[in-house]
Design a protein around this ligand. Structure first.
Ligand code: GLY
Length: 290
């Protein structure tokens, strides 16, 4: 879902060197497209039929981060997160507080529920009348890492888990879980079941391993394997966790425990035009574009 966004963001980065602008560009492109039904406009509604948005941004040079949690109607949640990341205090705002901040900043508001997302919600409610509700109804997150010279940053945006309880927050806006960035080391971001990712502090773990010298792909594999082993010792099997990372050394990669197929992400640099790369689930092998 981020191919067009990364293409546009890469051009911006090349021409302006603006790392936060590149993260914003890539994520806005996904947020604005109602066909991507788990982020921004047309996102997945909660149990009450409301689209509640989580987003965050971390600047790896200042170490500052900003995020909004469970906010409604902010057309581009990542813009509010980037603005909040310029603050030391009061940088993580939830619900009406986040909405108030976005209004004061003049950010655009809109009804995030499209006809299609409302229909999907109504169909799911009808199904639930016939069966016990499950905890897991699908989700997706746009995670973007941008780097220019010695500056690395990461951003994420999502409407979170489909049919979540009102007020439920996933991993995405939680620094260390959904994203982490340190310009001297690299950045990582996670997608999957937020509750499980938070338990592993997975994005921080990947950056910590890169700090110990692992290239990005190795760090993702090792962080995921250690986490799965840790959870297994507790008798729990996480369902759906995927990681991406970019090292300050220029290495990049990912890892996934997806059972049904591979995990894909988009990568671009001076020698690689923006294209879809794949992590083959199970073997965690990084494959370039076909
Ligand atoms: N990873 C997105 C969420 O669980 O909300």
């Amino acid at each position: 879902m981020s191919l067009d966004g990364v293409k546009a963001a890469y051009e911006l980065l090349k021409n302006s060197g603006d790392v936060s602008g590149a993260v914003k560009k890539a994520i806005n492109t996904v947020e604005d497209n109602p066909e991507f039904s788990s982020v921004g406009y047309g996102g997945l509604p909660n149990r009450e039929g409301d689209v509640e948005l989580d987003a965050a941004y971390m600047d790896g040079s200042t170490g500052y981060y900003g995020g909004i949690l469970g906010a409604k109607g902010i057309a581009n949640p990542i813009d509010a997160a980037i603005e909040l990341s310029k603050r030391h205090m009061n940088c993580l705002l939830s619900g009406t507080g986040a909405e108030h901040f976005a209004r004061l900043q003049g950010f655009r508001f809109q009804n995030m529920l499209t006809r299609e997302s409302k229909k999907r919600w109504e169909e799911e409610l009808a199904k639930e009348r016939e069966q016990l509700p499950g905890a897991y109804r699908g989700h997706d997150t746009v995670c973007v890492i941008a780097a220019r010279e010695k500056h690395i940053a990461a951003g994420v945006s999502t409407s979170g888990l489909f049919m979540k309880d009102p007020g439920r927050i996933g991993d995405s806006p939680i620094v260390g879980a959904g994203l982490y960035a340190d310009s001297a080391v690299g950045a990582a971001s996670a997608t999957g079941v937020g509750e499980d990712i938070i338990r592993g502090c997975l994005s921080y773990e990947v950056v910590r391993l890169m700090e110990q010298g692992r290239p990005a792909q190795e760090a993702c594999k090792e962080a995921l394997a250690a986490y799965l082993a840790r959870m297994s010792r507790k008798g729990f099997t996480p369902k759906d966790v995927s990681l991406i990372a970019l090292g300050a050394d220029g290495s990049f990669g990912g890892a996934t425990n997806l059972k049904d197929g591979d995990f894909t992400f988009v990568y671009a640099d001076e020698t690689h035009p923006a294209a879809v790369w794949t992590i083959a689930g199970g073997v965690q092998k990084l494959q370039g574009p076909a």
